[in-house]
Design a protein around this ligand. Structure first.
Ligand SMILES: [Cu+2]
Length: 569
């Protein structure tokens, strides 16, 4: 009996030994993802109870066979990138455990293999500022919560592998507009890698149906569009595409904008992690009951890709009933309570959100969610026309997890006067620009700047504590944001929303607020640089402190296109 047992055990060990390589390959995927052509499922919803949302997240990564790295946030039940659902006034208590692994020599050298002290860090996640490929943290994009440690500071807060779980603890403001927000890491120099790898998730402030009756009682779907490195980088374009000029590569090594709307994209796209990769763009599958109306809450969590969404039934673009941008209902300034802006395409810069009403296709008709090409400028990346998901009308379609309340107790009006009706205390001018390290060598590295007019252009220095801008809490300022570079940029500021007043010299006076906005590129042929004007709102006491404004193309942000603002009490 014992002899048999030992023999069995010995046999097992032999098999284990001879198959070590095999076992290494089939080890459990730490960031599992659906395959091409899969049904689009929704992220899990985590809801607050008795005014508190408790979440335990773990940051993980995994190396893929093609050399790319996936990053993910998993909750305590194994759900990836759960949607955090909160009400105004709720407390969020979120612990983040860092289980990132260094896969690259540089990461090992600079990261977890060294003690914190070796890198100038001090072992304190609140103050170390130690930012390496395996450090992580969270930014709550769009929320007006304080820029302090354990809330929404990303200047110093950095959690290292092996640190105790780090606790975020903040209150959703009572007057936070209801809508779609999101969370993602913000480690200077490494944000792009983590976000491209998939580290992002949605946060919903409930109550949009109280702001806009047009969505009351609708089923809602959270759709997160992310980008990632090409799965088939060496494939030629599909045969159905028109022949385009020879593909060029930009300074980041991504496919450059060729101006045709076709050709190799800079990055692949996925929708709720279902990839729709170049060159065939096999779409993911969204099922809906025939002609059902739903509220789609779409986040562009891409690192660098602009979206221009369109929904086609046959060849016909369908009306998309826009009700919110960047988490703010479109009637925020007091427009009618059933206001809907019907559009046939919706542009979404990286970081931005759109929420819109769609009607499912009739039985027997299939639809296609596409992104149309975006002209990112001669120095921009290629964002061609491509399919993302097919819409299948089916009576068996699974109902979305969440349905908006049909009750329409109106949301209280904002306490402060509408931003458009308040005079600014001053006007500032900031500008995007880029410079080759060696102007005579077009292959040399590019430095990215976001500069206050009059100051010397400098890449953002995380070690510097000198703010580029000092503002006063309680005031309102107008900022003119210029683009002196040959590519499109997406301006974003932490901690607050702003009002877009002028766009390319045209008054727009939007009835809502944004936190991310495009600034068109300079084509070299106009007397002035393209610019926009926004009205910044520093009235909320939660905006007091040091925080960031930057381009939301993450390779630009990581590359220095960022500035520091201090709002004094
Ligand atoms: Cu940019």
């Amino acid at each position: 009996m014992l002899k048999n047992l030992l023999l069995t055990l010995f046999a097992c060990l032999c098999i284990a030994g001879s198959h070590a390589a095999l076992y290494a390959q089939v080890e459990v995927e730490r960031c599992p993802r659906p395959t091409e052509g899969s049904l689009v499922t929704e992220p899990e919803d985590l809801r607050s109870h008795d005014g508190v949302l408790k979440v335990e997240l773990t940051a993980r990564n995994s190396r893929q066979n093609d050399g790319s790295t996936r990053y993910c946030f998993m909750d305590e039940n194994g759900a990836e990138s759960p949607t955090l659902r909160v009400n105004p006034g709720d407390f969020v208590i979120l612990t983040l455990k860092n289980e990132l692994t260094a896969f690259h020599a540089a990461a090992v050298k600079n990261g977890q293999q060294h003690m914190h002290g070796d890198m100038g860090g001090n072992g304190d996640a609140c103050t170390s500022g130690l930012m390496t490929p395996v450090s992580t943290n969270l930014h709550f994009h769009g929320l007006t919560i304080p820029p302090v440690c354990h809330q929404d500071d990303v200047l110093k807060t950095a959690i290292q592998p092996g640190d105790a779980p780090f606790e975020y603890r903040f209150r959703i403001p009572e007057d936070e507009p209801p809508g779609l927000y999101w969370y993602h890491p913000h480690i200077h120099g490494f944000t792009k890698a983590q976000v491209l790898g998939g580290a992002s998730g949605a946060l919903i402030v409930e109550g949009i149906e109280r702001a806009d009756k047009a969505v009351s009682g609708l089923a809602e779907r959270v759709l997160i569009i992310r980008d990632q490195d090409l799965l088939n980088p060496n494939a030629p374009p599909a045969k159905w595409e028109p022949v385009i000029p020879k593909m060029l590569v930009d300074r980041d090594g991504d496919a450059a904008n060729n101006g045709t709307g076709y050709g190799k994209p800079a990055k692949d796209l996925s929708i709720n992690f279902v990839p729709a990769p170049y060159p065939d763009y096999r779409p993911a599958v969204i099922e809906m009951k025939p002609e059902e109306q739903q509220l789609w809450r779409v986040l562009n969590a891409s690192g660098i890709t602009y979206l221009n969404l369109q929904l086609l039934y046959g060849q016909t673009p369908q009306p998309l009933g826009l009700v919110a941008m960047d988490g703010v209902p479109l009637n925020r300034n007091g427009l009618p309570r059933d206001f809907v802006d019907w559009q046939t395409h919706l542009g979404i810069p990286p970081g931005a959100r759109v929420e819109f009403i769609v009607k499912g296709p009739p039985a027997g008709v299939s639809g296609l969610l596409v992104t149309r090409t975006v002209d990112t400028g001669p120095s921009g990346e290629n964002d061609p026309n491509r399919a993302i998901a097919t819409i299948v009308a089916s009576n068996e379609a699974i109902e979305p997890f969440s349905r908006l309340s049909a009750a329409t107790l109106p949301l209280p009006s904002p306490q402060l006067p509408w931003l458009g009706s308040v005079a600014p205390v001053r006007t500032r001018r900031v500008y995007f620009s880029e410079k080759l390290v060696d102007p005579n060598d077009p292959t040399s590295a590019t430095e990215f700047y976001l500069t206050v007019d009059g100051q010397t252009p400098q890449m953002f220095d995380p070690k510097s504590e000198v703010p580029n801008i000092i503002a006063k809490q309680g005031t309102i300022e107008d900022w003119i944001i210029e683009n002196r570079s040959a590519e499109l940029h997406a301006f974003h500021i932490h901690q607050l929303h702003f009002l877009l007043i002028d766009y390319l010299g045209r008054q727009v006076n939007e009835p809502f607020l944004r936190d991310t906005v495009n600034v068109p590129y300079y084509n070299g042929r106009t007397l002035t640089y393209p610019s926009i004007k926004v009205r910044m709102d520093f009235r909320d006491p939660n905006t007091v402190g040091d925080f960031l404004y930057h381009c939301h193309l993450l390779e630009h942000e990581d590359g220095g296109m960022m500035g520091l603002i201090r709002v004094e009490p």
